[in-house]
Design a protein around this ligand. Sequence first.
Ligand code: ATP
Length: 318
Amino acid sequence: MASEAAAETAAKPRGGRLCTICNTKRAALKRPKTLEQICKDCFYAVLEDEIHRVIVDNHIFKRGERVAIGASGGKDSTVLAYVMSELNRRHDYGLDLFLLSVDEGITGYRDDSLETVKRNEIQYGIPLKVVSYKDLYGWTMDEIVKLIGLKNNCTFCGVFRRQALDRGASLLKVDKIVTGHNADDIAETVLLNILRGDIARLSRCIYSPNAYRGFAREFIKDLERIRPRAILDIIKSGEDFRIATHTKMPEQGNCERCGYISSQKWCKACVLLDGLNRGLPKQGIGRTRGLDAERNKDSRETNGTQSLQSKQCGSLDF
Ligand SMILES: Nc1ncnc2c1ncn2[C@@H]1O[C@H](COP(=O)(O)OP(=O)(O)OP(=O)(O)O)[C@@H](O)[C@H]1O
């Protein structure tokens, strides 16, 4: 008996609970979703398995499809690239994967993270395509910031990035694009869209512009401290949201200028680019209803008031 007890003590890692899944390694984290305390390896395994289940249950991909992975070189898209290539191989999805990076032309920021993407290209054997703001729009973000200053630059960055991903996707002739979003980002988005009354974006469960994001982030982090499940509960509320049938939704069409998807005569990227090229960089900054509607009514009209200031850079705007 004494030796058995000794063996058990030896097997148990010192200073912590055992993983509730494998029961051998030390628990490294507590999952807010299940409240289970699990080790690193089991966390990777359950996460990959859950992603696979979501892909299969929702019929997200069809065999033979070409899929671009939006690769910024940041943590979320690096995980995404790994998981996509791993699941494609492990479960034989039969997908043709590509890494798609947008180079916004921000010295010391994107040029560094693109190095990570180039390493991913070799590591996972997925071909990489880089599209740049300079080639697509004739402007780098550094040049835009020089013109407009730091205020409002996130609007340009986010809108151009969203369209650059679409353009890159059509160059690669892919059927789908996947982008990496963690639970915190999605909860912020749900909250932001509710705060802004942006039912159209909420129903498509996509990103709202950056304004207020910093405040929403702090608020969610405060909630999480009190109740760790708060983030998942907000996401669930967003998913279960039902929109009254009489709510007016914007009609999707195509931009008259560039042909990309838009609910206005001109898409936001064209409105902003037109302003930049005409030396009126404040044109189109602000909410779509209002300024862009005006801009779309009469392309000669310009207006730089009511600008929304961004509190945080880097999130992908949809
Ligand atoms: N420059 C880019 N090129 C290609 N894809 C991008 C780029 N920026 C963002 N994305 C895509 O949009 C996702 C969400 O971007 P966001 O800017 O919110 O960054 P994030 O949450 O910090 O993600 P990451 O850690 O991957 O940078 C990224 O995971 C990526 O898939």
